[in-house]
Write a protein that binds this ligand. Structure first.
Ligand code: ARG
Length: 471
Protein backbone atom coordinates (compact mmCIF):
# COMPACT_ATOMS: atom_id res chain seq x y z
CA UNK A 1 0.00 0.00 0.00
CA UNK A 2 1.20 3.52 -0.78
CA UNK A 3 1.78 6.01 2.01
CA UNK A 4 -1.26 7.93 0.84
CA UNK A 5 -3.22 4.69 0.89
CA UNK A 6 -2.20 4.24 4.47
CA UNK A 7 -3.19 7.81 5.20
CA UNK A 8 -6.62 7.13 3.70
CA UNK A 9 -7.02 4.00 5.79
CA UNK A 10 -6.06 6.10 8.75
CA UNK A 11 -8.81 8.62 7.99
CA UNK A 12 -11.35 5.81 7.92
CA UNK A 13 -10.32 4.85 11.45
CA UNK A 14 -7.97 2.05 10.51
CA UNK A 15 -10.49 -0.79 10.35
CA UNK A 16 -9.62 -1.63 6.74
CA UNK A 17 -6.95 -4.17 7.61
CA UNK A 18 -5.34 -4.58 4.20
CA UNK A 19 -6.44 -1.36 2.51
CA UNK A 20 -8.44 -1.05 -0.64
CA UNK A 21 -7.59 -3.38 -3.46
CA UNK A 22 -6.88 -1.71 -6.76
CA UNK A 23 -10.36 -2.49 -8.07
CA UNK A 24 -11.96 -1.01 -5.00
CA UNK A 25 -9.83 2.08 -5.43
CA UNK A 26 -10.94 2.36 -9.04
CA UNK A 27 -14.63 1.97 -8.36
CA UNK A 28 -14.55 4.05 -5.21
CA UNK A 29 -12.39 7.01 -6.15
CA UNK A 30 -14.15 10.12 -7.36
CA UNK A 31 -11.18 12.45 -7.23
CA UNK A 32 -10.77 12.18 -11.01
CA UNK A 33 -13.88 14.29 -11.43
CA UNK A 34 -14.84 15.78 -8.06
CA UNK A 35 -11.55 17.71 -7.87
CA UNK A 36 -13.60 20.31 -9.68
CA UNK A 37 -15.38 21.01 -6.39
CA UNK A 38 -12.17 22.17 -4.70
CA UNK A 39 -12.95 25.91 -4.39
CA UNK A 40 -16.29 25.07 -2.77
CA UNK A 41 -14.72 22.47 -0.48
CA UNK A 42 -12.24 25.07 0.74
CA UNK A 43 -14.77 27.83 1.42
CA UNK A 44 -17.03 25.27 3.09
CA UNK A 45 -14.22 24.14 5.40
CA UNK A 46 -13.24 27.71 6.18
CA UNK A 47 -16.80 28.57 7.18
CA UNK A 48 -16.99 25.41 9.29
CA UNK A 49 -13.67 26.03 11.08
CA UNK A 50 -14.56 29.67 11.74
CA UNK A 51 -17.87 28.61 13.27
CA UNK A 52 -16.24 25.84 15.37
CA UNK A 53 -13.85 28.36 16.91
CA UNK A 54 -16.58 30.94 17.56
CA UNK A 55 -18.56 28.25 19.37
CA UNK A 56 -15.52 27.26 21.43
CA UNK A 57 -15.39 23.78 19.85
CA UNK A 58 -11.85 24.30 18.56
CA UNK A 59 -9.30 26.86 19.71
CA UNK A 60 -8.64 30.10 17.87
CA UNK A 61 -5.08 28.98 17.26
CA UNK A 62 -6.33 25.80 15.59
CA UNK A 63 -8.73 27.85 13.49
CA UNK A 64 -5.96 30.20 12.35
CA UNK A 65 -3.74 27.28 11.38
CA UNK A 66 -6.62 25.67 9.48
CA UNK A 67 -7.56 28.85 7.60
CA UNK A 68 -3.98 29.54 6.65
CA UNK A 69 -3.40 25.93 5.61
CA UNK A 70 -6.52 25.93 3.45
CA UNK A 71 -5.46 29.15 1.74
CA UNK A 72 -2.09 27.61 0.97
CA UNK A 73 -3.77 24.51 -0.43
CA UNK A 74 -5.94 26.70 -2.65
CA UNK A 75 -2.77 28.29 -4.00
CA UNK A 76 -1.21 24.87 -4.58
CA UNK A 77 -4.23 23.72 -6.54
CA UNK A 78 -4.38 26.95 -8.54
CA UNK A 79 -0.72 26.74 -9.49
CA UNK A 80 -0.93 23.04 -10.31
CA UNK A 81 1.47 21.84 -7.64
CA UNK A 82 -1.16 19.96 -5.63
CA UNK A 83 -1.03 16.19 -6.08
CA UNK A 84 -4.48 14.62 -6.33
CA UNK A 85 -4.29 11.03 -5.11
CA UNK A 86 -6.90 8.40 -6.03
CA UNK A 87 -5.93 6.45 -2.91
CA UNK A 88 -7.45 9.37 -1.00
CA UNK A 89 -10.72 8.76 -2.75
CA UNK A 90 -12.26 12.18 -3.13
CA UNK A 91 -11.69 15.92 -2.96
CA UNK A 92 -12.65 16.09 0.71
CA UNK A 93 -10.10 13.51 1.87
CA UNK A 94 -7.42 14.84 -0.49
CA UNK A 95 -7.67 18.34 0.94
CA UNK A 96 -7.98 17.17 4.53
CA UNK A 97 -4.98 14.86 4.24
CA UNK A 98 -2.86 17.62 2.75
CA UNK A 99 -3.99 20.02 5.48
CA UNK A 100 -2.91 17.60 8.18
CA UNK A 101 0.37 16.98 6.33
CA UNK A 102 0.97 20.73 6.40
CA UNK A 103 -0.28 21.84 9.84
CA UNK A 104 -0.42 18.61 11.84
CA UNK A 105 -2.88 18.21 14.70
CA UNK A 106 -5.22 21.17 14.03
CA UNK A 107 -5.91 19.62 10.63
CA UNK A 108 -7.24 16.56 12.40
CA UNK A 109 -9.74 18.67 14.32
CA UNK A 110 -11.39 20.24 11.25
CA UNK A 111 -13.74 17.32 10.75
CA UNK A 112 -15.36 17.80 14.19
CA UNK A 113 -19.17 18.02 14.00
CA UNK A 114 -19.15 17.31 10.29
CA UNK A 115 -19.29 14.34 7.94
CA UNK A 116 -18.41 13.98 4.30
CA UNK A 117 -22.15 13.56 3.77
CA UNK A 118 -23.05 17.12 4.72
CA UNK A 119 -19.74 18.31 3.30
CA UNK A 120 -20.33 16.94 -0.20
CA UNK A 121 -23.95 18.10 -0.24
CA UNK A 122 -22.75 21.60 0.63
CA UNK A 123 -19.91 21.63 -1.93
CA UNK A 124 -22.14 20.35 -4.68
CA UNK A 125 -24.89 22.85 -3.90
CA UNK A 126 -22.39 25.69 -4.04
CA UNK A 127 -21.23 24.38 -7.42
CA UNK A 128 -24.76 24.07 -8.80
CA UNK A 129 -25.66 27.51 -7.45
CA UNK A 130 -22.74 29.12 -9.27
CA UNK A 131 -23.64 27.20 -12.45
CA UNK A 132 -27.24 28.41 -12.11
CA UNK A 133 -26.08 32.02 -11.93
CA UNK A 134 -23.95 31.54 -15.04
CA UNK A 135 -26.82 29.87 -16.90
CA UNK A 136 -29.06 32.84 -16.07
CA UNK A 137 -26.38 35.26 -17.31
CA UNK A 138 -25.96 33.42 -20.57
CA UNK A 139 -29.70 33.10 -21.09
CA UNK A 140 -30.03 36.86 -20.59
CA UNK A 141 -27.30 37.50 -23.13
CA UNK A 142 -28.95 35.19 -25.65
CA UNK A 143 -32.32 36.83 -25.05
CA UNK A 144 -30.80 40.27 -25.59
CA UNK A 145 -29.29 39.12 -28.90
CA UNK A 146 -32.70 37.84 -29.98
CA UNK A 147 -34.43 41.06 -28.87
CA UNK A 148 -32.09 43.17 -31.03
CA UNK A 149 -32.71 40.94 -34.04
CA UNK A 150 -36.46 40.87 -33.51
CA UNK A 151 -36.49 44.66 -33.30
CA UNK A 152 -34.60 44.92 -36.61
CA UNK A 153 -36.85 42.36 -38.26
CA UNK A 154 -40.20 43.45 -36.83
CA UNK A 155 -41.50 43.97 -40.40
CA UNK A 156 -39.48 41.30 -42.25
CA UNK A 157 -42.04 38.91 -43.71
CA UNK A 158 -41.48 35.16 -43.79
CA UNK A 159 -43.71 32.12 -44.15
CA UNK A 160 -45.13 30.78 -40.90
CA UNK A 161 -45.52 27.02 -40.79
CA UNK A 162 -47.71 24.40 -39.25
CA UNK A 163 -46.90 20.75 -40.04
CA UNK A 164 -43.88 22.37 -41.75
CA UNK A 165 -46.34 23.38 -44.49
CA UNK A 166 -46.59 27.06 -45.38
CA UNK A 167 -49.50 28.31 -43.27
CA UNK A 168 -49.72 32.09 -42.97
CA UNK A 169 -47.22 34.88 -43.42
CA UNK A 170 -45.57 36.01 -40.19
CA UNK A 171 -42.81 38.43 -39.39
CA UNK A 172 -39.33 37.12 -38.70
CA UNK A 173 -39.26 39.32 -35.61
CA UNK A 174 -42.35 37.57 -34.31
CA UNK A 175 -40.88 34.14 -34.98
CA UNK A 176 -37.72 35.13 -33.11
CA UNK A 177 -39.75 36.48 -30.20
CA UNK A 178 -41.26 33.02 -29.78
CA UNK A 179 -37.75 31.87 -28.82
CA UNK A 180 -37.24 34.90 -26.60
CA UNK A 181 -40.36 33.80 -24.68
CA UNK A 182 -38.91 30.30 -24.25
CA UNK A 183 -35.57 31.59 -23.00
CA UNK A 184 -37.29 33.98 -20.60
CA UNK A 185 -39.24 31.07 -19.13
CA UNK A 186 -35.97 29.14 -18.88
CA UNK A 187 -34.23 31.93 -16.98
CA UNK A 188 -37.19 32.21 -14.61
CA UNK A 189 -37.10 28.45 -14.07
CA UNK A 190 -33.41 28.62 -13.12
CA UNK A 191 -34.03 31.59 -10.83
CA UNK A 192 -36.90 29.76 -9.17
CA UNK A 193 -34.81 26.64 -8.60
CA UNK A 194 -32.08 28.80 -7.08
CA UNK A 195 -34.49 29.92 -4.36
CA UNK A 196 -35.28 26.30 -3.46
CA UNK A 197 -31.63 25.29 -3.58
CA UNK A 198 -30.36 27.95 -1.25
CA UNK A 199 -30.55 26.08 2.07
CA UNK A 200 -27.34 24.93 3.71
CA UNK A 201 -26.80 21.21 4.48
CA UNK A 202 -23.66 21.84 6.56
CA UNK A 203 -24.11 20.74 10.15
CA UNK A 204 -26.44 17.87 9.32
CA UNK A 205 -23.31 15.76 9.85
CA UNK A 206 -23.68 12.10 8.84
CA UNK A 207 -27.48 12.19 8.99
CA UNK A 208 -28.67 12.90 12.52
CA UNK A 209 -27.16 16.24 13.38
CA UNK A 210 -24.50 16.55 16.06
CA UNK A 211 -24.07 16.77 19.82
CA UNK A 212 -21.64 19.70 19.46
CA UNK A 213 -23.07 23.20 20.03
CA UNK A 214 -22.68 24.26 16.39
CA UNK A 215 -24.23 27.37 14.85
CA UNK A 216 -25.84 26.36 11.60
CA UNK A 217 -27.19 29.86 10.95
CA UNK A 218 -23.64 31.18 10.98
CA UNK A 219 -22.26 28.70 8.44
CA UNK A 220 -25.32 29.11 6.24
CA UNK A 221 -24.87 32.88 6.24
CA UNK A 222 -21.11 32.68 5.63
CA UNK A 223 -21.71 30.58 2.53
CA UNK A 224 -24.44 32.84 1.12
CA UNK A 225 -27.31 30.47 1.89
CA UNK A 226 -30.67 31.88 2.96
CA UNK A 227 -30.97 29.45 5.89
CA UNK A 228 -29.81 26.03 7.11
CA UNK A 229 -31.69 23.03 5.70
CA UNK A 230 -34.36 22.15 8.26
CA UNK A 231 -34.04 18.35 8.39
CA UNK A 232 -30.65 16.70 8.78
CA UNK A 233 -31.74 13.47 7.04
CA UNK A 234 -33.11 15.38 4.07
CA UNK A 235 -30.07 17.64 4.00
CA UNK A 236 -27.67 14.76 3.28
CA UNK A 237 -29.94 12.67 1.05
CA UNK A 238 -31.44 15.42 -1.09
CA UNK A 239 -30.24 15.85 -4.67
CA UNK A 240 -33.33 17.71 -5.87
CA UNK A 241 -31.19 20.76 -6.52
CA UNK A 242 -29.13 18.76 -9.04
CA UNK A 243 -32.29 17.32 -10.60
CA UNK A 244 -33.82 20.80 -10.78
CA UNK A 245 -30.73 22.04 -12.56
CA UNK A 246 -30.73 19.11 -14.98
CA UNK A 247 -34.45 19.43 -15.66
CA UNK A 248 -34.06 23.13 -16.35
CA UNK A 249 -31.00 22.50 -18.49
CA UNK A 250 -32.91 19.79 -20.37
CA UNK A 251 -35.82 22.09 -21.18
CA UNK A 252 -33.44 24.87 -22.23
CA UNK A 253 -31.55 22.37 -24.39
CA UNK A 254 -34.79 21.37 -26.10
CA UNK A 255 -35.40 25.03 -26.92
CA UNK A 256 -31.86 25.45 -28.20
CA UNK A 257 -32.23 22.30 -30.26
CA UNK A 258 -35.46 23.46 -31.89
CA UNK A 259 -33.86 26.77 -32.80
CA UNK A 260 -30.78 24.96 -34.10
CA UNK A 261 -33.00 22.72 -36.22
CA UNK A 262 -34.58 25.80 -37.79
CA UNK A 263 -31.17 27.31 -38.47
CA UNK A 264 -30.17 24.08 -40.21
CA UNK A 265 -33.32 24.20 -42.36
CA UNK A 266 -33.14 27.93 -43.05
CA UNK A 267 -29.52 27.75 -44.15
CA UNK A 268 -30.17 25.12 -46.85
CA UNK A 269 -30.04 26.46 -50.42
CA UNK A 270 -33.71 25.38 -50.72
CA UNK A 271 -34.81 27.75 -47.97
CA UNK A 272 -31.96 30.24 -48.20
CA UNK A 273 -33.41 32.39 -45.42
CA UNK A 274 -30.11 32.80 -43.60
CA UNK A 275 -26.46 32.39 -44.31
CA UNK A 276 -24.41 31.24 -41.35
CA UNK A 277 -21.12 33.04 -40.77
CA UNK A 278 -18.24 31.02 -42.14
CA UNK A 279 -16.81 30.57 -38.64
CA UNK A 280 -19.75 28.38 -37.69
CA UNK A 281 -19.83 26.19 -40.78
CA UNK A 282 -17.57 23.66 -42.46
CA UNK A 283 -16.99 22.72 -46.06
CA UNK A 284 -17.04 19.24 -47.50
CA UNK A 285 -13.88 17.44 -48.55
CA UNK A 286 -15.63 16.09 -51.64
CA UNK A 287 -18.45 18.50 -52.55
CA UNK A 288 -16.95 21.94 -53.08
CA UNK A 289 -20.28 23.79 -53.04
CA UNK A 290 -21.22 22.69 -49.53
CA UNK A 291 -21.42 24.81 -46.44
CA UNK A 292 -22.51 22.70 -43.53
CA UNK A 293 -24.09 24.32 -40.46
CA UNK A 294 -21.98 22.21 -38.07
CA UNK A 295 -22.32 24.44 -35.03
CA UNK A 296 -26.12 24.41 -35.26
CA UNK A 297 -26.12 20.64 -35.80
CA UNK A 298 -23.94 20.22 -32.71
CA UNK A 299 -26.21 22.39 -30.57
CA UNK A 300 -29.05 20.14 -31.73
CA UNK A 301 -27.00 17.00 -31.13
CA UNK A 302 -25.59 17.94 -27.74
CA UNK A 303 -29.10 18.40 -26.33
CA UNK A 304 -29.23 14.59 -26.25
CA UNK A 305 -26.47 14.48 -23.65
CA UNK A 306 -28.22 16.90 -21.33
CA UNK A 307 -31.52 15.03 -21.59
CA UNK A 308 -29.65 11.81 -20.85
CA UNK A 309 -27.99 13.22 -17.74
CA UNK A 310 -31.40 14.13 -16.28
CA UNK A 311 -32.65 10.61 -16.91
CA UNK A 312 -29.50 9.07 -15.46
CA UNK A 313 -29.70 10.94 -12.15
CA UNK A 314 -33.43 10.31 -11.78
CA UNK A 315 -32.76 6.60 -12.14
CA UNK A 316 -29.79 6.70 -9.77
CA UNK A 317 -31.88 8.38 -7.07
CA UNK A 318 -35.18 6.62 -7.46
CA UNK A 319 -34.70 3.66 -5.11
CA UNK A 320 -32.26 5.03 -2.58
CA UNK A 321 -33.33 4.61 1.03
CA UNK A 322 -32.65 7.56 3.32
CA UNK A 323 -30.14 8.91 4.04
CA UNK A 324 -26.82 8.94 2.14
CA UNK A 325 -25.78 6.03 -0.09
CA UNK A 326 -22.62 5.86 -2.12
CA UNK A 327 -24.71 5.67 -5.28
CA UNK A 328 -25.03 9.42 -4.83
CA UNK A 329 -21.39 9.88 -5.76
CA UNK A 330 -22.64 9.23 -9.32
CA UNK A 331 -24.50 12.55 -9.21
CA UNK A 332 -21.57 14.68 -10.28
CA UNK A 333 -20.23 13.77 -13.72
CA UNK A 334 -23.57 14.16 -15.46
CA UNK A 335 -24.17 17.53 -13.85
CA UNK A 336 -20.66 18.71 -14.70
CA UNK A 337 -21.12 17.70 -18.32
CA UNK A 338 -24.59 19.25 -18.46
CA UNK A 339 -23.21 22.52 -17.07
CA UNK A 340 -20.39 22.64 -19.62
CA UNK A 341 -22.60 21.58 -22.52
CA UNK A 342 -25.35 24.06 -21.67
CA UNK A 343 -22.94 26.97 -21.30
CA UNK A 344 -21.23 26.18 -24.58
CA UNK A 345 -24.51 25.79 -26.46
CA UNK A 346 -25.98 29.01 -25.06
CA UNK A 347 -22.89 30.95 -26.10
CA UNK A 348 -22.59 29.30 -29.50
CA UNK A 349 -26.25 29.96 -30.27
CA UNK A 350 -26.00 33.64 -29.39
CA UNK A 351 -22.86 33.93 -31.51
CA UNK A 352 -24.42 32.10 -34.47
CA UNK A 353 -27.51 34.31 -34.38
CA UNK A 354 -25.48 37.48 -34.00
CA UNK A 355 -23.24 36.69 -36.96
CA UNK A 356 -25.62 35.11 -39.50
CA UNK A 357 -26.90 37.04 -42.50
CA UNK A 358 -30.65 37.22 -42.97
CA UNK A 359 -31.93 37.19 -46.55
CA UNK A 360 -35.12 39.21 -46.16
CA UNK A 361 -35.86 39.09 -49.89
CA UNK A 362 -35.80 35.27 -49.90
CA UNK A 363 -38.03 35.18 -46.86
CA UNK A 364 -40.50 37.58 -48.42
CA UNK A 365 -40.57 35.64 -51.69
CA UNK A 366 -41.22 32.41 -49.80
CA UNK A 367 -43.86 34.01 -47.58
CA UNK A 368 -46.51 34.04 -50.29
CA UNK A 369 -45.74 30.62 -51.74
CA UNK A 370 -48.46 28.03 -51.05
CA UNK A 371 -51.36 30.52 -50.92
CA UNK A 372 -50.54 31.58 -47.39
CA UNK A 373 -52.98 34.51 -47.63
CA UNK A 374 -56.00 32.26 -48.25
CA UNK A 375 -57.10 32.78 -44.64
CA UNK A 376 -57.05 36.53 -45.25
CA UNK A 377 -59.52 36.06 -48.08
CA UNK A 378 -61.84 34.01 -45.86
CA UNK A 379 -61.53 36.52 -42.97
CA UNK A 380 -62.38 39.38 -45.36
CA UNK A 381 -65.55 37.56 -46.49
CA UNK A 382 -66.60 37.32 -42.86
CA UNK A 383 -65.54 40.80 -41.78
CA UNK A 384 -66.68 42.79 -44.80
CA UNK A 385 -69.36 40.68 -46.43
CA UNK A 386 -70.90 39.08 -43.38
CA UNK A 387 -70.35 35.50 -44.56
CA UNK A 388 -70.26 32.68 -42.00
CA UNK A 389 -66.66 31.51 -41.50
CA UNK A 390 -67.35 27.96 -42.73
CA UNK A 391 -68.81 29.34 -45.98
CA UNK A 392 -65.99 31.83 -46.32
CA UNK A 393 -63.49 28.99 -45.89
CA UNK A 394 -65.19 27.20 -48.77
CA UNK A 395 -65.03 30.22 -51.02
CA UNK A 396 -61.36 30.77 -50.24
CA UNK A 397 -60.63 27.11 -51.03
CA UNK A 398 -62.25 27.55 -54.45
CA UNK A 399 -60.20 30.67 -55.08
CA UNK A 400 -57.02 28.70 -54.23
CA UNK A 401 -58.07 25.99 -56.71
CA UNK A 402 -58.65 28.58 -59.42
CA UNK A 403 -55.26 30.16 -58.79
CA UNK A 404 -53.56 26.76 -58.83
CA UNK A 405 -55.20 25.98 -62.17
CA UNK A 406 -53.86 29.24 -63.58
CA UNK A 407 -50.49 28.97 -61.84
CA UNK A 408 -50.92 32.42 -60.38
CA UNK A 409 -51.19 34.08 -56.98
CA UNK A 410 -54.53 34.83 -55.34
CA UNK A 411 -54.15 38.58 -55.89
CA UNK A 412 -53.56 37.92 -59.60
CA UNK A 413 -56.97 36.32 -60.18
CA UNK A 414 -59.03 38.64 -62.31
CA UNK A 415 -62.35 39.99 -61.28
CA UNK A 416 -64.48 37.76 -63.53
CA UNK A 417 -62.89 34.65 -62.04
CA UNK A 418 -63.48 35.94 -58.53
CA UNK A 419 -67.08 36.85 -59.27
CA UNK A 420 -67.71 33.40 -60.72
CA UNK A 421 -66.58 31.87 -57.43
CA UNK A 422 -68.79 34.19 -55.38
CA UNK A 423 -70.47 37.41 -56.49
CA UNK A 424 -69.44 39.08 -53.23
CA UNK A 425 -65.76 38.74 -54.19
CA UNK A 426 -65.06 42.17 -55.65
CA UNK A 427 -61.71 43.62 -56.65
CA UNK A 428 -61.30 45.35 -53.27
CA UNK A 429 -60.17 42.12 -51.66
CA UNK A 430 -57.12 41.81 -53.90
CA UNK A 431 -55.31 44.56 -52.05
CA UNK A 432 -55.48 42.44 -48.92
CA UNK A 433 -54.11 39.32 -50.53
CA UNK A 434 -50.49 40.41 -50.07
CA UNK A 435 -48.14 39.17 -47.42
CA UNK A 436 -47.47 42.63 -45.98
CA UNK A 437 -51.15 43.41 -45.68
CA UNK A 438 -51.67 40.02 -44.12
CA UNK A 439 -49.11 40.47 -41.33
CA UNK A 440 -50.13 44.11 -40.82
CA UNK A 441 -53.68 42.96 -40.13
CA UNK A 442 -52.70 40.53 -37.35
CA UNK A 443 -52.85 43.16 -34.65
CA UNK A 444 -54.44 41.07 -31.88
CA UNK A 445 -52.44 40.89 -28.65
CA UNK A 446 -49.55 38.46 -29.19
CA UNK A 447 -50.04 38.65 -32.96
CA UNK A 448 -47.48 39.02 -35.73
CA UNK A 449 -48.17 42.62 -36.88
CA UNK A 450 -44.93 44.66 -36.91
CA UNK A 451 -46.30 47.13 -34.35
CA UNK A 452 -47.12 44.23 -32.03
CA UNK A 453 -43.62 42.83 -32.43
CA UNK A 454 -42.08 46.20 -31.59
CA UNK A 455 -44.28 46.42 -28.49
CA UNK A 456 -43.40 42.86 -27.46
CA UNK A 457 -39.69 43.63 -27.78
CA UNK A 458 -40.05 46.74 -25.64
CA UNK A 459 -42.10 44.89 -23.02
CA UNK A 460 -39.58 42.09 -22.74
CA UNK A 461 -36.68 44.55 -22.50
CA UNK A 462 -38.45 46.09 -19.50
CA UNK A 463 -39.08 42.70 -17.90
CA UNK A 464 -35.49 41.65 -18.38
CA UNK A 465 -34.14 44.89 -16.94
CA UNK A 466 -36.37 44.35 -13.90
CA UNK A 467 -35.22 40.77 -13.44
CA UNK A 468 -31.55 41.65 -13.85
CA UNK A 469 -31.88 44.49 -11.33
CA UNK A 470 -33.66 42.21 -8.86
CA UNK A 471 -30.85 39.66 -8.76
N1 ARG B 1 -17.19 11.28 -2.51
C1 ARG B 1 -18.42 11.11 -1.80
C2 ARG B 1 -19.59 11.52 -2.68
O1 ARG B 1 -19.37 12.20 -3.61
C3 ARG B 1 -18.42 11.93 -0.55
C4 ARG B 1 -19.36 11.45 0.49
C5 ARG B 1 -18.86 10.18 1.06
N2 ARG B 1 -19.58 9.79 2.20
C6 ARG B 1 -19.52 8.58 2.72
N3 ARG B 1 -20.23 8.31 3.76
N4 ARG B 1 -18.73 7.65 2.22
O2 ARG B 1 -20.71 11.15 -2.45
Amino acid sequence: MTDKGKAARDLWGGHFGTGPALLMEQINASIGFDKRLWPHDIVGSKAHATMLARQGIISEADRDAILEGLDEIAREIETGSFHFDPALEDIHLNIEARLTEKIGDPGRRLHTARSRNDQVATDFKLFVRAATDRAIDRLDRLTNTILDMADNHAATVMPGFTHLQAAQPVTFGHHLMAYAEMFMRDRRRFADARLRLNECPLGAAALAGTSFPIDREATARALGFDRPAANSIDAVSDRDFALDFLANAAITSVHLSRLAEELVLWSTPQFGFVRMAEDFTSGSSIMPQKRNPDAAELVRGKSGRVLGHLQALLVTMKSLPLAYSKDMQEDKEGVFDAVDTLELCLEATAAMLGSMRVDAARMRAAAGVGYTVATDLADWMVRVKGAAFRDAHNIAARAVKAAEARSCDLHELDETVLQAIDPRLDGEVRGLLRVDASVASRTSFGGTAPERVKAAVAAMRDQLAGLEAGR
